[in-house]
Design a protein around this ligand. Sequence first.
Ligand code: SF4
Ligand code: SF4
Length: 149
Amino acid sequence: MPTSSKFLSVCKQCKAFCCSAVLPILTEEEKNRILSEGVPGHFIKIDHGLYRIKEGSTGVCPYLTKEKSCSIQNLKPKLCKIWPIIPRYKNNIRETLLIHCPLYPFLSDDEIMQAKKEAEALPLDILRHLWDISLESKNKYKRFTYIEI
Ligand code: SF4
Ligand code: SF4
């Protein structure tokens, strides 16, 4: 779920699907930034310097509020900030996808290009893990179509 408040009504109507479909991967630096603000940690280590947010008791991200907004807006991982643009690493090729979730028609070309740039700058290890996770969660991903950008 993106940061800008202008998108929050679309995301609330969607019931924050992306915050339950695939819990994000984050770097050590992103994890430490969350902890340094006194926010409780909900992380699982998945690789050297890489973590994943641990599913809460309701099966969704523990940082999602009952009102379906993110409680760590300014601290959320890069993968959350750039959604519905996501990087993919398939057959040794880096790609960037635009997911056709209800928010995408509201994004400007500039916002899409900026998110694409940020997706392309993510470490390859994040992309590798993301691909493995997306294979595990492919039924959830099927909800939306997507295009390569
Ligand atoms: S899937 Fe799209 S519309 Fe739904 S909460 Fe996430 S960003 Fe918002
Ligand atoms: S950190 Fe925030 S935006 Fe990211 S999955 Fe959790 S609630 Fe959603």
